[in-house]
Design a protein around this ligand. Structure first.
Ligand SMILES: C[S@@+](CC[C@H](N)C(=O)[O-])C[C@H]1O[C@@H](n2cnc3c(N)ncnc32)[C@H](O)[C@@H]1O
Length: 310
């Protein structure tokens, strides 16, 4: 079967992240060279990359603080109902930690429900947006610049948190198994890890094979290609990695956590929704993601694990 055309890859999380890729994909050799030059994320390169794009990310993406989001165009927790009961814990205030928080909209949402929230990120620029937003919303969130790859440097006691949550930050980790086992150690007994990460199918390339047919081409499910991006100033590469679902489940199992739920959510029916409904029901939205709706409606962009420390 002849492939007529590569369609823009269902690329990163954000419309502006499409920028470096569309051109490169039209000359696939250039893309391969770009890939070969990349040696993996470090704390320093991730901080540079995210500092560079933080402003645009926060400007171009509408992220609600009135619901808990799981990713682009997806239903929020008001519909998925995965969050534990914030009011219920072993006594005292419900303690939450967000990993790779960006501007911490999910932490701000939880703080509004009365939880005590710590939110970490590698990018000071992202954190600065978070601090401003929390002040505007009149809630307290303890924003800290800590890498998820060195969670112990946060100096938290083991078993400190009722809930650890993360939305699309794990793909940027240099050591995801360690992130998950560190999270497990920091959870109280009975505590919840709510982990949203990239779906492995999303590592595929969207191909138009003619006659109105298109779909995902995934060369190797067991060795998934990283999604390598270039910063706006063309100086720093950063990669988002996905893994087979069974691999992530194995890390969770090895960390001593029990998986209670596993979701591959489909987007809300955006084309059939009014502006008002979208504002109310879609907590994470951008023009760029709307342009990819047809792809998102056919392959999951994220996988969500709800896990408990038993
Ligand atoms: C796609 S954004 C998601 C941000 C936020 N969770 C949201 O849903 O808007 C990924 C975030 O991970 C952060 N990040 C990347 N590498 C990190 C690391 N090693 N430690 C902590 N945060 C990191 C980035 O700075 C960025 O804010």
């Amino acid at each position: 079967m002849e492939i007529l055309q590569r369609v823009e890859k269902p690329w990163g999380l954000d419309d502006f992240l499409l920028r470096p890729c569309c051109g490169l994909l039209s000359g696939s050799n250039v893309w391969k060279i770009f890939h070969m030059q990349f040696n993996g994320n470090t704390d320093a390169s991730s901080a540079r990359y995210w500092n560079d794009i933080a402003e645009l990310y926060q400007k171009e993406t509408r992220i609600s603080t009135s619901d808990f989001h799981y990713g682009p165009l997806l239903p929020g927790d008001s519909q998925l109902e995965l969050l534990p009961n914030i009011g219920k814990n072993s006594g005292g205030i419900f303690q939450c930690l967000e990993i790779g928080c960006g501007a911490g909209q999910n932490s701000i949402f939880l703080a509004k429900q009365g939880a005590q929230c710590v939110a970490i990120d590698i990018s000071e620029e992202q954190l600065a947006h978070g601090r401003k937003l929390a002040a505007k919303e009149n809630v307290n969130v303890d924003f800290r610049c800590v890498s998820m790859d060195s969670l112990q440097e946060g100096a938290w006691e083991p078993a400190s948190f009722d809930l650890i949550h993360s939305s699309y930050a794990l793909p940027f980790s240099a050591d995801p198994a360690k992130v998950i086992s560190d999270c497990a150690a920091m959870l109280k007994l009975g505590g919840t890890l709510l982990l949203t990460t990239g779906h492995p199918l999303y590592a595929g390339e969207w191909l138009d094979i003619g006659d109105g047919e298109d779909g995902v081409f995934l060369p190797d499910y067991f060795q998934l290609e990283a999604d390598v991006r270039m910063s706006m100033d063309d100086k720093t590469m950063n990669a988002a990695q996905t893994w087979p679902i069974s691999q992530i489940a194995e890390w969770i199992y090895n960390a001593g956590l029990v998986i209670e739920r596993l979701l591959e959510p489909a987007p809300l029916p955006i084309p059939d929704m009014s502006k008002k409904e979208i504002l109310e029901k879609v907590p994470y939205d951008s023009k760029g993601w709307r342009a990819l709706y047809d792809q998102l409606a056919r392959i999951p962009v994220v996988v969500i694990f709800k896990c408990r420390r038993a």
